[in-house]
Design a binder for this molecule. Structure first.
Ligand code: SAH
Ligand code: SF4
Ligand code: F3S
Length: 445
């Protein structure tokens, strides 16, 4: 039996959580722990939770139930909970009463305190709960154990000020705080020195990034992109998420000027009806959204556009919903994350009276998926015959033996035959088939 202690992190939710889990893994590695693939064999399990929809909450409580048995067999097994669910008092109360064997609870604002909580648990031998209401100063210089050697997430800002009426995130991640541009540049340069070719800049609304540089001047998101575009050795820049209300002409210009910005934008529209958009507190109309799409396509013809859409927001009529379908047809999205509206405790829309019946939401959801899949398939079919730069991610998850997968600049997944040694490199691939969710190809001579 090995004497080295081990950890396992189970991550739910978005890229923010994935990035936070890399920091937690980095801290545990520094503490001398090793990663354990099999969750139930680890000495410490951390569950990094998401609360964006009810389904996410349910999955979490299911997972927690499974861990009880292990705790009974091995009382020294440590269970730690963090992430967006832990920022809500009603969830903490439920954990405390129903799952009293949980050892550590912390939140999204104090992940840097995790090592301290683990040593307090060891010395005090009692449960440690420490959740901060809001983020203080941004803590820089935390370690990170990255999942991929050739691509990386980079936080540029934390929190959200937008309070879309359906959304829990402003309550779980606090107000917007931007990292200093120098810190971001330092991190990206270090990543590039370490072999990273592609960075994805993360923020709930990157378009409202506003970082102070060392001379105390404000740096906007487009300005940050120009700075990153100059980093030698960096090949690809992605970012998410862009809120349409804050997408500036300067950002469109950056797409024209910066060749490292990938040929893809994720631009969540949420709905096609102006009335619904207003009640979602999104601050744009469908006409404005379509204009933005046109302005981006004017500088980057063929850019891939993906989106998020919610069906069944309170008060959504059949007519409102048809406007969403109509907008989807007009844009012709390359892909879309489609969601059924889920009531979130504490959000304004929770109190809206005209909630849409479940069966209506489901029926609309199916119709929406059909429309989105149709444009996705058409956009992918139009790629056939083109030669794309593909960053190879490794062996294909759903292909046969000898198949690799990678991403085009447009973020499209491509499966193609090739040797695993190409992982982490950018190769030219000719597209031979376009499917709804992926492409097939062959390495171009
Ligand atoms: N900051 C990002 C999105 C973060 S949440 C943005 O503004 O685009 C990711 C997606 O989850 C959202 O775009 C939205 O489509 C969906 N979502 C958020 N809250 C939801 C809810 N209560 N019910 C259903 N979908 C929701
Ligand atoms: Fe949620 Fe809106 Fe903020 Fe996105 S912008 S995280 S949808 S409140
Ligand atoms: Fe979920 Fe929190 Fe992200 S609620 S989607 S993990 S910011």
């Amino acid at each position: 039996m090995s004497l080295t202690k081990t950890f396992h992190i189970q991550t739910f939710g978005c890229q923010m959580n994935e990035r936070d889990s890399e920091t937690l893994a980095g801290m545990l590695t520094d503490m001398g722990y090793e990663e354990q693939e099999v969750r139930n064999d680890a000495d410490i399990v951390i569950i990094n939770t998401c609360s964006v929809r009810e389904h996410a909450d349910e999955r979490f409580f299911g997972t927690l139930g499974q861990l009880k048995k292990i705790k009974e067999q091995r009382p020294e097994f440590i269970v730690a909970l963090c992430g967006c669910m832990m920022q809500q008092q009603h969830i903490i109360d439920r954990v405390k009463t129903k799952f009293p064997w949980v050892d550590v609870i912390f939140g999204t604002h104090n992940i840097h305190e995790f090592p301290k909580l683990i040593s307090a648990l060891a010395s005090e031998k009692e449960r440690q709960v420490d959740v901060w209401e809001d983020g203080g100063e941004i803590v820089e210089g935390l370690p990170s154990k990255r999942k991929f050697s050739f691509k990386s997430f980079v936080n540029i800002m934390y929190g959200c000020n937008n309070f879309c009426t359906y959304c829990i995130v402003p309550f779980t991640r606090g107000r917007e705080r931007s990292r200093r541009p120098e810190e971001i540049l330092r991190e990206v340069k270090a990543l590039v020195d370490d072999g990273v070719k592609e960075v994805t800049l993360l923020g709930q609304n990157v378009n409202s990034y506003c970082g102070m540089d060392d001379a105390e001047n404000e740096v906007t998101f487009p300005q940050l992109l120009y700075m990153l575009n100059d980093i030698e050795g960096l090949e690809r820049i992605r970012f998410m998420t862009s809120h349409p209300k804050d997408l500036s002409p300067e950002l469109v210009q950056a797409f024209a000027d910066c060749e490292k910005i990938c040929n893809h934008i994720h631009l969540p529209v949420q709905a096609g009806s102006d009335e619904i958009l207003k009640r979602m507190n999104r601050h744009y109309t469908s006409a404005r959204y379509l204009k933005l799409v046109d302005s981006i396509r004017a500088v980057r013809p063929g850019i891939a556009i993906s989106t998020d859409i919610i069906v069944g927001f309170p008060g959504e009529t059949e007519e409102d919903f048809e406007q969403t379908l109509d907008l989807c047809r007009k844009v012709g999205f390359d892909s879309a994350f489609t969601f059924i509206y889920s009531v979130r405790k504490g959000t304004p829309a929770e109190k809206y009276e005209d909630q849409v019946p479940e069966e209506v939401k489901h029926e609309r959801f199916t119709r929406l998926v059909d429309v989105v899949n149709e444009s996705a398939a058409a956009r992918n079919a139009a790629m056939v015959g083109k030669v794309c730069d593909v960053l190879v991610e490794g062996s294909s998850k759903h292909g046969q033996e000898g198949m690799l997968c990678g991403r085009t600049s447009g973020f499209k997944l491509v499966d193609f035959p090739g040797d695993e040694s190409l992982t982490g490199t950018i190769v030219k691939v000719e597209i031979t088939e376009g499917k709804t969710f992926s492409l097939r190809g062959q390495i171009a001579e």
